[in-house]
Design a protein around this ligand. Structure first.
Ligand code: GLU
Length: 469
């Protein structure tokens, strides 16, 4: 049974890399009948904002991965952290450091000039027979942890394998600032331990934090969780994912017309696979996912794959769901449009996103107010108007019998033959009349959806305006 967590810092929106980490954590918890917990890491008051918290929670709500506990906010847990800081001070495992910022900076510059990794020089670390400097009056101390001075800090990463850091890679780092606010690595370790987290899944950009957190676990006698450091998502050329590549707010995907299950399916495959299977329902993800199988190397974002998956899930979606989504999120109400089920069905085939679905529908239901120049130039010839007028007559004569797509096809095909036309000579002028362009679904389908009267109206209107030629 795995207790996992996702612990965003609310400095901005939820980014898709974060959502993938959350998804992996969620799947692993649910698969093992454990719990998935959300924690908001908001101790950095200068960089946090409430809107970001709202945006993050909204994103979780949209994708349907609720926290199994009341959401923890680090800003409300300061008393808890203080208790552990006092405990470490009492036990001599942490100490007060009065080094001024200026002195610290000067030492760092020196170390950097000598090409050394900057580290605290332990001036204030108590030691047997060591005399500490006199305590300056004007300096509020920071609290530093006593990190081990020799040996290695080791752990077994579920993705990266055996990890080992030598003691000199971790200095006596600050666990509480001079204003009393505890630091990031300190609170993460405390929270993970107190929240009973058994499996920590996070981006491998946090790998260098892990030995520091292990120092805290050890100092407090907490049991170590299992760590999984997940390689990053890169852009298709192997560089850091930028906004342009898709590193955007999860909620932007909603606005762009992606379905949450498509996004989750896309994310689960970015860094994990099961044979060459691409489509995973939530049940299948839960059945098959194992964080120990996460890829060791970075993955590449691929918009075509996301669009392909989204098209798949749009096709799978019920009529009612799509009608509601279009109405609530995209301001398109097709509830009372005749033949709306058929309209939606044929439009689905032309859409990878709900935005495209809306466009495809509107292309049919909206009367065109402009006719595509390139199409009219190519397909509207001297005799086209007469052909269209004859076709209108044919529609009128058969009006009462045109109750299906087939019935429209059955009168149109002989008309084309009898008039010695090629298909595009009739279809393209009709498409242009009905939708304004040449890129539209089958003419029979559009005529069926619009009905004979509206079809005739639109063709007449195009003729009247001479296709804006
Ligand atoms: N708050 C950290 C972040 O947003 C995550 C910390 C963790 O997962 O350990 O990157």
């Amino acid at each position: 049974m795995a207790i996992t967590r996702f612990a965003p810092s609310p400095t901005g929106y939820l980014h898709i890399g974060g959502l993938r980490t959350a998804l992996y954590s969620y799947l692993w918890a649910k698969k093992t009948n454990g719990e998935f917990k959300l924690r908001i890491e908001d101790t950095d008051t200068a960089r946090n904002n409430d809107d970001a918290v709202k945006a993050i929670l909204e994103a979780f709500n949209w994708v349907g991965m609720p926290s199994d506990c009341t959401i923890e906010y680090q800003s409300k847990r300061l008393d808890i952290y203080k208790k552990y800081i006092d405990q470490l001070l009492d036990e001599g495992k942490a100490y007060k450091c009065y080094m001024s910022k200026e002195e610290l900076d000067a030492k760092r510059v020196k170390q950097e000039a000598l090409k050394q990794t900057p580290r605290y020089d332990e001036t204030w670390r108590p030691q047997e027979n060591k005399e500490l400097p006199p305590i300056p009056e004007d300096i509020e101390p920071v609290i530093r942890i006593k990190a081990p001075k020799s040996g290695t800090i080791e752990f077994q990463d579920g993705i990266k394998g055996s990890m080992s850091f030598t003691a000199d890679q971790v200095d006596d780092f600050v666990i509480a600032r001079s204003n009393g606010i505890p630091t990031y690595n300190f609170v993460v370790a405390i929270d993970d331990a107190l929240m009973g987290i058994t499996d920590v899944l996070r981006g491998d950009d946090h790998l260098s934090n892990t030995p520091k957190q292990i120092v805290i676990y050890n100092a407090l006698g907490f049991e170590l969780p299992k760590f999984y450091h997940i390689p990053m998502i890169n852009n298709p050329s192997g560089k850091k994912l930028s906004k342009r590549d898709g590193a955007m707010d999860v909620m932007q995907y909603k606005k762009d017309g992606y379905l949450p299950e498509a996004l989750l399916n896309f994310l689960v495959r970015l860094g994990w696979s099961h044979g060459d299977q691409e489509i995973f329902s939530m049940e299948e993800m839960l059945d098959l996912f194992d964080p120990n199988d996460i890829n060791k190397s970075a993955s590449a974002y691929n918009t075509e794959k996301l669009n392909w998956l989204n098209a798949h899930y749009i096709k799978e979606s019920s009529f009612n769901r799509l009608v509601n989504l279009l109405k609530n999120d995209f301001d398109l109400d097709i509830e009372n449009i005749p033949n709306n089920e058929f309209l939606l069905d044929i439009s689905k085939d032309r859409a990878s996103t709900l935005v495209q679905l809306k466009d495809a529908i509107k292309k049919i239901i909206d009367t065109p107010f402009e006719y595509e120049k390139k199409g009219t130039k190519k397909f509207i010839k001297d005799n086209t108007i007469e052909t269209l007028q004859n076709y209108i007559k044919l529609l009128e004569e058969n009006k009462n019998n045109l109750t299906s797509v087939e019935s429209i096809e059955n009168i149109t095909k002989p008309f084309i033959q009898d008039n010695g036309l090629k298909f595009p000579q009739l279809f393209q002028p009709i498409r242009i009349s009905l939708t304004g362009g040449t890129q539209a679904p089958s003419v029979y389908d559009i005529i069926f959806i619009l009905g004979v009267d509206e079809t005739i109206n639109r063709i007449n209107k195009a003729i009247e305006q001479d296709f804006n030629r």
